[in-house]
Write a protein that binds this ligand. Structure first.
Ligand code: GLV
Ligand code: MN
Ligand code: MN
Length: 412
């Protein structure tokens, strides 16, 4: 009996053991599991004969030579996860980049432009409070010094983590952070239900929603839970709760925005002590920049109004701001041609989730391919995409890289 051919689903299963917990995968940047994932990416790339490099933001690159000494066509995604992540968010696009390059080797396809696979560092912002950390450094949107000064919840700086045992990989050459590619294509699971509901297996992303993130600190007054009458309290948690509910109501009244409070820290967090301080983060997203601008103003006004009425101090800090980004029209047309040449129907759709492509788009034409997510579920342990759809995405990516290369070569 012959063994089954290796598949990308096998590789993703193997990666999913790194950081596995009962709730999903916890592979935050520069932790042992994240380091192991980057080392595995390097091992796979080297086994394919690629030249591998890394930069001081923690991004890892694997290059396949082209006929020209030109800036590469770049493709990949991230290897880190949220603390309860699934096996496909990010990891799929990074590993698929290696599979697509390998497929071109097997088919003896030469390209004019070099092709480069990338595993971006810290896309989720789960350890250090900045999303798309590695790709924003690569695109020059955040300089290295500002990243190095970020701190995690345990008081470890980005620089210390990066320079520690789980940081940069030994034996992998260093390169400059910023080097604009000729083009960028990211393959990712959709993380929503649209493709599955429409029965279409490939998505051609039109635009990525913009994001605003805030940290709100509400400071009230602590006291004894049994002795302070209700009317005399300045409870920081009740004020924060009212702000959260008000923000939900404002978002619910507008179809084109989503607002989430997914992190909240209560101090002193004791059953019999009135909460003195609550720090929480607000994540607002929309494809429409003008809606985001209005929501951002509403977040500040709502928090201050409720704080003033409840006699607590409210401080709102903007911690991240990314504009909505349209995908490059010419690359989208190349993707459409590639999908058609595979005989596959595709759907144009926007992305509500953030992706490294939104940062790379600042320095190069960028596009994204989606494959379906079962039940639209993501950022959860039971995230799932079928092995057949994973394979189709790799085929579509390989074909897209060739189509983009041919088109760009023709343009000179
Ligand atoms: C990344 O997954 C994000 O959209 O926050
Ligand atoms: Mn992702
Ligand atoms: Mn994610």
């Amino acid at each position: 009996m012959s063994a089954a051919a290796p598949s990308i689903a096998d590789d993703l299963r193997r990666l999913a053991t790194l950081g596995a917990t009962p709730l999903g995968i916890d592979r935050r940047l520069f932790t042992p599991s994240d380091r192991a994932a980057r080392a595995q990416f390097v091992a796979w790339a080297r086994a394919d004969g690629r030249r591998v490099t890394q930069d001081r933001a923690g991004n890892v690159f694997a290059q396949r030579a082209g006929r020209r000494a030109a800036a590469p066509i770049l493709t990949g995604s991230h290897l880190d996860t949220v603390p309860t992540g699934g096996p496909y968010d990010g990891a799929y696009g990074a590993v698929a980049a290696l599979w697509a390059l390998r497929r071109l080797d097997q088919d003896a396809v030469d390209t004019e432009f070099p092709l480069e696979a990338v595993a971006w560092a810290g896309e989720e912002g789960s350890r250090f409070p900045l999303g798309c950390l590695g790709s924003s450094a690569f695109a020059g949107l955040n300089d290295l010094a500002s990243l190095e000064a970020l701190w995690d919840d345990d008081g470890v700086s980005f620089a210390a983590a990066r320079d520690g045992v789980n940081g940069l990989l030994r034996g992998v050459a260093l390169r400059d952070e910023t080097r604009a590619p000729s083009a960028y294509v990211e393959l990712h699971i959709e993380q929503g239900p649209v493709l599955e509901n429409r029965g279409v297996r490939l998505g051609n992303v039109t635009a990525i929603a913009g994001q605003r993130r805030f940290e709100i600190e509400v400071t009230g007054e602590s006291g004894h839970a049994g002795t302070v009458p209700m009317g005399l309290r300045h409870d920081a948690l009740v004020a924060a709760a009212e702000i959260v509910v008000a923000l939900e109501a404002e978002a619910a009244a507008n179809d084109s925005v989503v607002v989430t409070v997914g992190r909240l820290v209560v101090e002193p967090n004791q059953t019999n002590v009135i909460p003195r301080r609550v720090t929480f983060r607000v994540d607002a997203r929309s494809i429409d920049e003008s809606v985001l601008t209005r929501i951002a103003a509403d977040v500040v006004a709502t928090a201050e109004r409720i704080g003033a009425r409840r006699g607590v101090h409210v401080a709102v800090a903007s911690i991240e701001r990314r504009a909505a980004v349209a995908m490059d029209a010419r690359l989208r047309s190349a993707l459409a041609e590639a999908f058609a040449s595979l005989g596959e129907e595709a759907l144009d759709l926007p992305s509500g989730a953030g992706h490294d492509a939104m940062c790379v788009a600042a320095i190069a034409p960028a596009a994204m391919i989606f494959v379906p997510s079962a039940g639209g579920r993501s950022h959860v342990g039971d995230e799932f995409t079928s092995p057949a759809d994973l394979d189709l995405g790799v085929a579509a990516l390989a074909q897209a890289l060739v189509t983009i290369d041919r088109r760009m070569a023709k343009e000179g």
